[in-house]
Design a binder for this molecule. Sequence first.
Ligand SMILES: [Zn+2]
Length: 222
Amino acid sequence: MALAALLAVMILATGCDGSSDPGGGGTTTTAAPPRDVAAIVADLNAYWTARDADLGFTYSPVPANRVGSPRDGVTCDGRPIDRAEVEGNAFVDPECREGILVAYDPAYIGSSLVRAEATMAHEWGHVVQAQARELDLSEDADGLPIDAELQADCFAGAWSAERAVSDLADLRRDTARAGDPHHVDLEDPDAHGTPQERATAFDVGVEGGPAACVDELIDALP
Ligand SMILES: [Zn+2]
């Protein structure tokens, strides 16, 4: 209850953040990190600590000091997060000597609570994949990088259905919005899926929970 109350307060505090949508161009990477990222991270850690048994692995919470932006001194192999690499985006790097890194652009994440939740929930899908490689669909014999991306959307849907404090339909819309143009090749290493594929993957997680993202996702995709 305490966390729910805290999140409710944070919605009020950040509901009119006012940052521009980076999709419209002109992001400012000097924006302050959103106040709710720490709460979202804490909730994602709590969720995956509770639901790892569904997937048959033991989740290790990501320490708060391994989640950061180019502004706050978090490093990978001694180097700060590259501003250009993370601009308008977020990523997970599981290979850092200091421990797994979740990096984000505060201007992108800070544009709305929905954006922050949708983005971090997707990145936590990659955290789960990094901790349980055997679950990662892209590691299958005929797997592709896009399979890991759609599975991350599915894991994000599972968390969103149970835990997100903003509107589920908004989270789904934000996930689909970030989809590829239709001309991106399925085998493109940077492919994330079309808006329809991403929304479908998200829905599989919403409806079936984490296990469906391993057992049912590929068959459910359009
Ligand atoms: Zn991703």
